[in-house]
Design a protein around this ligand. Structure first.
Ligand code: C2O
Ligand code: CU
Ligand code: CU
Length: 471
């Protein structure tokens, strides 16, 4: 046999063996969906830009956000139709100082109506960007507010009734950083993109042609096989300092994440949805439901030149490429802030919110969302106790992330027990498991009509939302 024929024969046998071992379907899905084939093997983690403030006055910020269609290359050589703010996918970071007056011009260049909601921000109902503040195509919306709340990592996303899930899936989301005296003073990694890193985590499915494959059925959403971070497929991050601060947002429509490090090292949680915890809390895993955020500090000391991964369950989702001779970092402050309990009167108003889901839709207190209806009337500046109960139904994640607009609340208990340490700070979204009852202390400092809803966006779009008016 000639060398050439021998080679062909060996190749054919090899192909045959591979086909038998994996089966045609698996190979097809490997080739089309990635996992090594077709993907750029590893990509540097994208960093969203920090939006430029167009006002020179240090006490006033003027921002412009344009919602538009675009194309994004997640997979080498393929174009994905996407949506973004000012760019093709996701949006810039709004970095706001406490006390600053913020004017934002939101332009809708989509072909459909949208809204822009500031998730976690305390502002008047009319500035909140919920379903009642729709922006028609080619129109603008110009909210303006003064930010007066502690330093925190918040986010923004559309909220038009019935189309939120779709618009977020295709790319409309961005982060908001609030800074205050405490965050400025604390010994923490603060250098954006160097040791202070945003992680916007989302699950996605892709079609062969590179487009997103967003599928829902009566039963729910098809979970994404690919986890993208800041819009990057297969991301890596170069680590050159010991301590890195990660600001993690679960910006998925419906997936629940459980993060850990591949070497099982512990890390420290320093902030929850509404800002810093009183002290750093050491842990090995942290779970985030859709809409929730956490800031964590990972210490890579002693791991020079190693590869460590950020995991979601058993899946590697971000590679940390650790350089040699890591720059040593400062000690993290042992006390971050003081959190006072939200003061409460003698006979606080108590309300109950019963969550029930049926596949992709669901109800709160037996009702589907109705824009024309105000479900609850709430007095301004009066602390209330809200009991959120999940009585079950059919769904995939085993719980509902319950989110309240216009407030940062405190969790009193989960099924009668004190919440874990990482949930003792301010929250705007709380995950409520099937059969569980969560009590929260909540107070509203601004007036207007706001939403409460499940942050599984398909649930929200299909009825699991209510309205309350603060007066
Ligand atoms: Cu993250 Cu009603 O929103
Ligand atoms: Cu919100
Ligand atoms: Cu839900």
């Amino acid at each position: 046999m000639s060398k050439n024929k021998k080679f062909t024969l060996i190749t054919m046998i090899a192909i045959l063996v591979i086909v038998i071992l994996f089966g045609f379907t698996q190979i097809y899905s490997l080739v089309t969906k990635g996992f090594g084939f077709g993907w750029k093997s590893l990509n540097p983690l994208e960093m969203p830009v920090i939006l430029e403030d167009k006002n020179n006055d240090p006490n006033i910020a003027d921002y412009e956000l344009i919602a538009k269609e675009g194309e994004t290359e997640f997979i080498e050589g393929l174009k994905t139709d996407t949506l973004g703010y000012n760019g093709s996918y996701l949006g810039p970071i709004l970095r706001i100082k406490r006390g600053e007056k913020v004017n934002i011009s939101v332009k809708n260049q989509l072909e459909v109506p949208t809204t822009l909601h500031w998730h976690g921000l305390l502002v008047d109902g009319e500035q909140d960007g919920g379903p009642l503040q729709g922006i028609e195509p080619k129109q603008s919306w110009n909210p303006s507010f003064i930010v007066n709340q502690p330093a925190a990592t918040l986010w923004y996303h559309p909220h038009f009734a019935g189309t939120t899930a779709n618009q977020v899936y295709f790319g409309l989301s961005g982060l908001i950083y609030i800074e205050d005296e405490i965050s400025n003073k604390l010994e923490l990694p603060k250098e954006y993109g160097v040791n202070d890193i945003p992680l916007i985590v989302q699950d996605r499915n892709f079609q062969k042609d590179g487009n997103f494959d967003y599928r829902t059925s009566m039963m729910g959403v098809v979970p994404g096989e690919v986890i993208i971070i800041n819009g990057t497929v297969n991301p890596y991050l170069e680590i050159s300092e010991e301590k890195i601060r990660l600001r993690v947002l679960n910006a998925s429509n419906s997936e629940y994440f459980k993060f850990s490090l591949s070497n099982n090292d512990s890390f420290q949680q320093i902030a929850s949805d509404g800002g810093f915890l009183e002290k750093p809390i050491s842990m090995n895993t942290i779970s985030l439901a859709p809409g929730e955020r956490a800031e964590i500090i990972v210490d890579f000391k002693g791991n020079d030149e190693k590869k460590i991964f950020l995991m979601n369950d058993n899946m590697k989702i971000l590679e940390f490429k650790i350089s040699e001779n890591l720059k040593s970092s400062i000690e993290i402050d042992k006390t971050l802030t003081t959190i006072e309990e939200i003061a409460i009167g003698d006979n606080p108003v108590q309300r109950e919110f019963v969550l029930e889901s049926m596949g992709i839709s669901g109800t709160i207190n037996g009702k589907y969302y109705n824009m024309e209806r105000i479900d609850e009337e709430v007095n301004i500046n009066e602390t209330e106790i809200w009991a959120i109960r999940n009585i079950g139904g059919m769904m995939q994640t085993g719980g509902h992330p319950f989110h309240i607009h216009g407030t940062q609340f405190q969790i009193i208990s989960r099924d009668g027990k004190k919440p874990p340490l990482g949930e003792r700070g301010f929250k705007d979204t709380v995950f409520v498991r099937v059969g569980e009852e969560v009590l929260v202390r909540v107070r509203f400092k601004y007036k207007g009509i706001y939403m409460y809803h499940c942050h599984i966006l398909e649930h929200e779009d299909n009825g699991m939302m209510g309205q309350f008016e603060v007066q």
